[in-house]
Ligand binder design. Structure first.
Ligand SMILES: [Ca+2]
Ligand SMILES: [Ca+2]
Length: 141
């Protein structure tokens, strides 16, 4: 199971739990409770719906682009929370910062002359930002 699938599954589970809580509360409340707790500006169901909408908005903002970096982490790295590959070099933002130690804002971190994604695919850039010099020499022009 890849990370995107896992994020989607977790999201579906969270939505299911929220729906179960809503259904349980609606069936558990008596009409007297509904009338005595009503706020002057909005009825309890509207307030509940607003709270649920806020919860969904918060949940959706955790990792908008599903690249594995939370929106807060994206702020820290200066990457776009709306783009999984901010610099469009073929590597996901998270893979750049956690695996290959490449700059998620530079398309050619080590000045190889190719996109970082191209270099990773050919085994030139290795995990932890190591360079395979033999591979690099193979592809030199
Ligand atoms: Ca993200
Ligand atoms: Ca990238």
């Amino acid at each position: 199971m890849n990370k995107r699938t896992l994020v989607i599954v977790v999201g579906v589970v969270i939505v299911g739990i929220i729906i179960a809580i809503i259904v349980q509360r609606r069936h558990g409340q008596s009409p007297a409770v509904l009338t005595t707790t009503a706020a002057p500006t909005a009825d309890p169901q509207t307030q509940q719906a607003n709270r649920i909408a806020q919860t969904f908005q918060t949940a959706l903002k955790i990792d908008q682009d599903l690249d594995g970096l939370s929106d807060e982490e994206e702020k820290k790295y200066g990457t776009s929370p709306a783009s999984s590959d901010t610099d469009q070099d073929g590597l996901l933002d998270k893979d750049e910062v956690t695996i290959f130690k490449t700059d998620p804002l530079k398309t050619d971190t080590y000045g190889i002359g190719h996109l970082d994604g191209w270099s990773v695919q050919r085994g030139i850039i290795l995990p932890d930002g190591k360079i395979n010099q033999a591979q690099l020499n193979k592809f030199k022009k």
